[in-house]
Design a protein around this ligand. Structure first.
Ligand SMILES: Cc1ncc(COP(=O)(O)O)c(C=O)c1O
Length: 431
């Protein structure tokens, strides 16, 4: 399109945003165009046959959304919304700067102090995201000489932290303290990094045995509590505290975009280490900090999470109900020990068929594929929440039951690997 035709009479009256995009672009060197072409050729045209694994239908008003990590159903909580609105009215959008410049006793500081008390930590530092919490932490505690023993399935942000630190990743077998023991015996004291709950499977980590192994080899222990903070523990203090290992875990991190239904992250640790981290983490120095309405939201949310234990109970009941119903329908959900329940279709083509079948019946989960999973272990994740009704859970189960043959459930390798029960009786029972 020429410059003249972009401003031709047929485009008159359109705002700048309505204008067709310009087709002009800078000449690209081959390394860039080859890389982008590789994506379109191999992923879009090859693996997804011209479709896109992340682009399904748009949900309608009667559809069930199981892709939000708002586990405790807090996005519309009136106290939280009111606290944020009040903060906006009182502060505008605040002072825009990095959090290293922040001082004094504001809502963010109160949030950190109250969260530290809840978690049984010396102090808490708030970060812009769970990603920044993990990257900033590893970058500030590990160096080129530090081995970082990382669970093979740990979240990508922990791996990114190792890269950012220039440290050496020493991966150990998933959820296997003996494997950690062997690695640490060979390479010496370092950092152990694990997730408390694994975000694609819903498995919990054997934190007691891992902390024992870390302590035996003089390691620093880092646990990512993104999917367990707010969910585990009588007041939502997380899995480390629930299991009584807080005294042997040096740092706990979390995203606030799961049970906290916000956008942010935290690191919890000793007061001295947190004072160090607050001023040494590169995301804290070189990226802008938290806005006042976000801080007010964190604080209000924390109080709701601690006080409204019935939400945790409802969540646990809902997750258990759905897991049991799916297991009876022959889906392999054996890994899940919490609110994350995944259907592992395997090959990406299978996951696209599963996505379409679920969405046609109004059930919207999250697609996970490479690089979030191995290419042959792609899946649809259901994030259960506390406000799902029994009727809605029954609807999900009914849909999953009805589509089993259409989606080829009995050909999936995850189905074949089920330990129990044998498939046939469950199939007859629920068919
Ligand atoms: C285990 C885990 N850690 C860290 C993160 C990153 O959190 P955020 O989305 O707040 O950057 C996520 C989110 O996907 C996660 O699942």
């Amino acid at each position: 399109m020429s410059i003249q035709s972009q401003f031709s009479p047929e485009n008159e009256g359109l705002s700048a945003l309505d204008q067709p995009p310009s087709t002009f672009h800078a000449l690209e060197p081959a390394f860039l165009s080859d890389r982008v072409s590789g994506y379109f050729q191999h992923r879009v045209e090859g693996d997804w046959r011209g479709g896109h694994i992340m682009k399904g239908r748009r949900p309608g008003p009667n559809d069930l959304i199981l892709s939000t990590n708002d586990y405790l159903s807090l996005t519309d909580h009136p106290h939280i919304v009111e606290a944020q609105v009040r903060a906006l009215r009182e502060n505008g959008r605040g002072i825009l700067r990095s959090d290293v410049f922040r001082q004094g006793d504001d809502a963010l500081r109160r949030f950190e102090t109250e969260l530290a008390a809840l978690m049984g930590a010396g102090d808490v530092v708030t970060c812009q995201s769970g990603w920044n919490a993990n990257v900033g932490l590893l970058q500030s505690i590990a160096g080129a000489e530090t081995p970082v023993y990382i669970d093979m399935q740990a979240h990508t942000s922990l791996w990114e932290g190792i890269l950012s630190a220039g440290a050496t990743a020493r991966p150990f077998r998933h959820n296997d303290p003996a494997s950690l023991d062997r690695m640490a015996a060979r390479h010496g004291p370092g950092v152990v990094a694990v997730d408390a709950v694994y975000s694609t499977s819903g498995e919990t980590a054997p934190l007691v045995a891992l902390a024992d192994a870390a302590a035996r080899h003089g390691c620093v222990m880092v646990v990512d509590e993104s999917h367990s903070l707010g969910v585990f523990g009588a007041r939502g203090e997380g899995l480390t505290a629930q299991l009584g290992v807080s005294g042997r875990v040096h740092f706990r991190t979390a995203s606030l975009s799961k049970a906290f239904a916000s956008r942010g992250g935290i690191v919890a640790g000793s007061a001295r280490n947190m004072e160090y981290f607050r001023f040494e983490s590169r995301p804290a120095i070189f990226s802008s900090g938290i806005l006042p309405q976000e801080a007010a939201g964190f604080l209000a949310t924390l109080r709701v999470i601690a006080e409204e234990g019935w939400r945790r109970e409802a969540l646990a009941e809902n997750a258990e109900f759905l897991r049991a119903r799916l297991a009876a329908l022959d889906y392999n959900v054996e890994a899940s020990q919490c609110q994350i329940v995944s259907l592992v279709a395997g090959a990406e083509a299978n996951t696209m068929v599963l996505r379409d079948a679920l969405e046609r019946h109004g059930i919207f989960g999250s697609v996970f594929c490479a690089p979030a999973t191995a290419k042959n272990r792609s899946l649809i994740r259901f994030s259960v929440n506390s406000s799902l009704t029994r009727g809605e859970l029954e609807r999900i189960a009914a849909v999953c039951g009805a589509i089993r043959h259409e989606v080829g459930l009995y050909g999936w390798s995850s189905t074949k690997k089920r330990k129990s029960p044998a498939g046939e009786p469950a199939l007859r029972q629920s068919a």
